[in-house]
Structure formats: structure tokens, C-alpha cells
Design a protein around this ligand. Sequence first.
Ligand code: SAH
Length: 255
Amino acid sequence: MTEVKAKKFLGQHFLTDENIAERIVESLSPDAQRLLEIGPGMGVLTKYLIKKDGLDFHVVEIDRESVAYLHDHYPTLDVIEGDFLRMDLTALFHGCFSIIGNFPYNISSQILFKVYDNRDNVTEVVGMFQKEVAERVAAKPGNKTYGILSVLLSAFYDIEYLFTVNEHVFNPPPKVKSAVIRLRRNDVKGLECDEKLFVQVVKAGFNQRRKTLRNALRQLNLPLDRISEEILAKRAEQLTVTQFIEITKTIEPCL
Ligand code: SAH
């Protein structure tokens, strides 16, 4: 990157290390057929992805200058100018697809919630987040960083923390370290419980994560007396996905 100034409010931190760019691209399943890259910027990942044969490949970029740069350098590439968060993903591809990116960190959680909402179509996500978010997503029960996104996403995805990336390989360098993670869709079709209630329970549990579930879930006004004392005495961060599903099943017939 030379003449184009990075825009901080768009989370622009351009990756300058080609080895890391290649490592990210290689982390994608070789059998991916359809792919969306979020926030290609100056195309450090794009230039490797575009070489993949037979891949139905699109990029979405919000920044007009980056879009102009991409049009210039990759005239055959489908560059969607716009906001990923506002995209209707089902209209873009006919069939399941993967997502890749060195993501804009200011909207990391929103990207991941959108993946969750589109879990029936998104088979894989490979990407860079700030390290703390990557750790949170990949965290297991009992860990301090285990939270809402870890539970929701691990219900439908196998999540791997791949590697940590130093801040000095970006221009401009972010204040935090980064990390690359991979999410691969598991074969769970549905949770066999009311999935909206499941999300509510998980969110309520973690929104007051220091409290026991008995106290954290009280605000939901649900028949908590159906849940065992043993579970109610625990905190959200101690529960597995399966236990959250069990709780949801226990209370849903009473709604
Ligand atoms: N992938 C590039 C750029 C990463 S910086 C690289 O690794 O060098 C993040 C990029 O996301 C920026 O180009 C920024 O303009 C873009 N971006 C920010 N918000 C976006 C949004 N809501 N939708 C799509 N792109 C976005």
C-alpha cells in the first residue's frame, strides 16, 4: 500500500506480509466452491484467491477508494460496493458458500452474528480478527473468555484458533494483536429446541456472567423451577452448549 490513506473509522489496517496472506488463503478448504471476501481493501488476499480455478468468487468493500483500486487492478473481479452487514447473502449465491477476510475489527461481532444468522448457508469462515475476539470465539467452557459468541457459534461450527499475528505486519499497525480462526459447519441441522429461546437464555446468562444462572435468568420471567438446582447454581461460563440446549428444552414447554 502506498498512496491510499487508511481510514481508521472503517477499521482499515492493511496486511503487508505476503506469507501471512498466503497462510490465510491456504487455510480455506480446497473444496470451497463459492466464496465471499469481506473488506478486501487493497487486495492482499484477493490476489491469491482470484487465481483459484472454478471458484465463484465475490468481494464486498465499503470504501470507495479501495473499490476503485480493485476495479483497476482486477477488472474481471465482481466487486460489490457496499456494507457487508446490510447484504442479503442468500441473494448472492445459489447454494452454500464460504467467507474469508482480514475483517474490519470495528464490526467483528456483527459479522459473526450475521454468520450465525446465515448458518444454513455459510459452510466455512476463515479470517483475521483482533486476538481477543478470536480467543473469545474459540474459547471452551470454564474459560474466562467463553461467551455468547462461543456458545452460539460452537453449536453449529467446529472452531479452530489457527495462529496469532503481530501488529507490525499491518499498515497502519492496530493497537492490538490479531489472530486467524477457522469455523467449519458441523452436521447439526437444528438444536431440537426453540432456537430463539436458546439465544435469549445464552444472552441473559452471559449478560450477567458473574451471577449464578438462577439470578442471571430471573429477568426472563421463565419457569426456572424446572431446572435442576445443580445447573441453577452454576454460572453461564461453566456450561456447555449441550447444557444450554437442555435448559432451553426444560423451560420451553411452559411458554
Ligand atoms: N483485507 C485487507 C483490508 C483489511 S482492513 C487487508 O488485509 O489488507 C478492513 C477492510 O474492510 C477495509 O478495506 C475497509 O474499508 C473494509 N470494510 C470496513 N467496513 C466494511 C463493511 N461494513 N463492509 C465491507 N467492507 C468493510
